[in-house]
Design a protein around this ligand. Structure first.
Ligand code: GUN
Length: 281
């Protein structure tokens, strides 16, 4: 029987640890503030932003909310970021993606002060991660490392195969796994005979964005499977990139969807908010 890695429980542990740290910071007169910028009303983004603000409230982080209309100009968003960059009372800045089509996401990401970039998307933070310098790490891959560590799954010397090469998950995941001394293979939609590669994985991290794509023939016995996907199946139930029901019985451990990777992303965002206070000292 596979161990089911409980992301809800582990994220709660992290949030409780952070809550204690914030209380200690408050006792020293140190506030932590996150500015959350949402442009438009994409339903998924609204849910994510609400959950992020709720987590802030739980932990004791002050959240400032900037909810802008869909037709806000890029200049207005850049002006807001500029103001938040210059505000000493703002520690972290988060611009929820995706942005409306008339905006250049890269330009807006680059406008955020790297020392306030709690998402870890700024090129300076991406570069820092690649050469092992201090900086913010993208929340989902950082959360996956925490899931593995707190489940006592050893990474050193293991073959970690990552399916997906996005800037937010696949690429930073590869760098973090290298930092943990894993042997890393990154695969993607153009990889030839993908299953022959994924079957070599001791740890398989799937962030390909295709519903229930990884079936039993993609895994070897005893693999640890981490599923980053989030979709709705034909019964409107949440499901991942992994066909959980047929894959789980082959795994030594697996993350469910929901309740696996998802809750970790917000916990690590909260972690980054606390880190921002130290980085700004
Ligand atoms: N949209 C989907 N995931 C994320 C995330 O981690 N951060 C931000 N800012 N937007 C997102």
């Amino acid at each position: 029987m596979a161990e089911i890695i409980d992301g809800k429980k582990i994220s709660q542990e992290i949030k409780d640890e952070l809550k204690e740290k914030v209380a200690a910071m408050h006792a020293q007169g140190q506030e932590v503030t996150l500015a959350v910028v949402l442009v438009g009303q994409d339903p998924a983004s609204c849910v994510y932003v609400r959950n992020k603000k709720r987590a802030c409230e739980y932990i004791g982080i002050r959240s400032l909310s900037y909810e802008l209309a869909e037709d806000t100009s890029e200049e207005e968003v850049l002006a807001l970021i500029d103001k938040l960059n210059g505000d000493k009372d703002v520690n972290g800045i988060l611009v929820q993606l995706p942005l409306p089509k008339h905006m250049d996401e890269d330009k807006i990401t680059r406008a955020i002060d790297p020392l306030k970039d709690v998402d870890g998307f700024h090129p300076q933070n991406v570069g820092a991660l690649s050469i092992g310098l201090p900086g913010f790490v993208s929340c989902t891959p950082a959360g996956i490392i925490q899931l593995l560590k707190r489940s006592h799954i050893d990474m050193e010397g293991k073959h970690c195969v990552i399916v997906g090469r996005s800037n937010i998950v696949g690429k930073p995941m590869a760098l973090l796994m290298l930092r943990e001394n894993a042997t890393v293979t990154v695969t993607h939609s153009k990889t030839k005979d993908l299953a022959s590669v994924t079957r070599q994985a001791d740890i398989l991290i799937v962030a390909i964005g295709k519903k229930q794509f990884i079936t039993a023939d993609y895994v070897k016995e005893g693999v640890v499977v981490i599923d980053v996907g989030m979709h709705r199946d034909e019964n409107n139930h949440l499901c991942g990139d992994v066909a959980y029901d047929e894959v789980a019985s082959h795994c030594s451990a697996i993350t469910p969807v929901p309740g696996g990777v998802g809750p970790m992303t917000i916990a690590m965002l909260m972690h980054n908010c606390l880190e921002s206070v130290d980085l700004q000292k």
